[in-house]
Every structure is written in structure tokens, then in C-alpha cells.
Ligand binder design. Structure first.
Ligand SMILES: [Zn+2]
Ligand SMILES: [Zn+2]
Length: 134
């Protein structure tokens, strides 16, 4: 697969149980559809509490690296964070650093919950926990 933005060939990175495709040029990341859900589950296990994920979807000129359809961009859970998604459900494109902002957005939502008093912001730390719980 190639980066939808600069067309560099994506490199597979294995992060614990999750395989991501990382662009070595812009450091963007392609996540398969269920992988984003797996990451969200690290922070928030109650699917109902997450709310609607995709707001205000609009078509972009970026192409899905899997099927070549034009990606949609949407506001991630009413946060000021725009993520691209394949309209056929192949996955998500996150620009460099956006994966951390996804986690921060969820952490903000659950800030009042003591059980996650200090949610980890480190990507690697979250993935380590994912493995332990399985
Ligand atoms: Zn790129
Ligand atoms: Zn696609």
C-alpha cells in the first residue's frame, strides 16, 4: 500500500498485537477499521459511552490505499480532529501524531472517571496493556 498523501510505500510496523502501516516520509499511519476500535477500547470499554464517531463526513481527493476509493474526512467524535476514512470501510488514515490525539480525545471524555485517573498517553504503554488483557 502507498501513502494517500505522498504515495510513499507504507512500511508495516508491528506494535504488540496491532499491525499498522506507517509512512516513512510523513509519519502518517493507516489503521484497519477494527484496529482503531481496539485502540479505543484501551481507554473506554463501554461502546455506548463513546458516542457517534463520525461527524460531518466530506469527500477528499485522497485515495484509499486498499481500494482506490476517495477517502472521506470527518470530525472525530466532535473533537477538533479530522480523520480520513475509506467509505467502503477498509480503515482510517491518521496524520503524524493524530493517534495520540485520538487517545487524548477519549481521555478528555472520561476525565471525571477516577478509575482512569491517570490514563496513559504513551502509545506503547497502551498497546502493552492491550496484550495483557487478552
Ligand atoms: Zn506519507
Ligand atoms: Zn478502501
Amino acid at each position: 500500500m502507498n501513502c494517500p498523501k505522498d504515495h510513499t510505500e507504507l512500511k508495516i510496523e508491528q506494535m504488540q498485537d496491532i499491525t499498522v502501516d506507517r509512512c516513512p516520509t510523513c509519519q502518517g499511519m493507516w489503521l484497519d477499521y477494527d484496529e482503531l476500535d481496539a485502540i479505543e477500547d484501551q481507554v473506554m470499554t463501554d461502546d455506548h459511552a463513546k458516542g457517534t464517531m463520525q461527524w460531518n463526513p466530506t469527500q477528499t481527493d485522497l485515495l484509499c490505499p486498499k481500494c482506490g476509493e476517495k477517502l472521506n474526512t470527518f470530525d472525530y467524535r466532535l473533537e477538533k480532529l479530522q480523520i480520513e476514512v475509506c467509505p467502503k470501510g477498509h480503515g482510517f488514515w491518521l496524520d503524524a501524531g493524530e493517534e495520540k490525539r485520538v487517545l487524548e480525545a477519549m481521555q478528555n471524555r472520561i476525565a471525571g472517571q477516577e478509575r482512569i485517573a491517570k490514563a496513559e498517553s504513551e502509545w506503547t504503554g497502551l498497546l502493552r496493556k492491550l496484550k495483557v488483557r487478552k
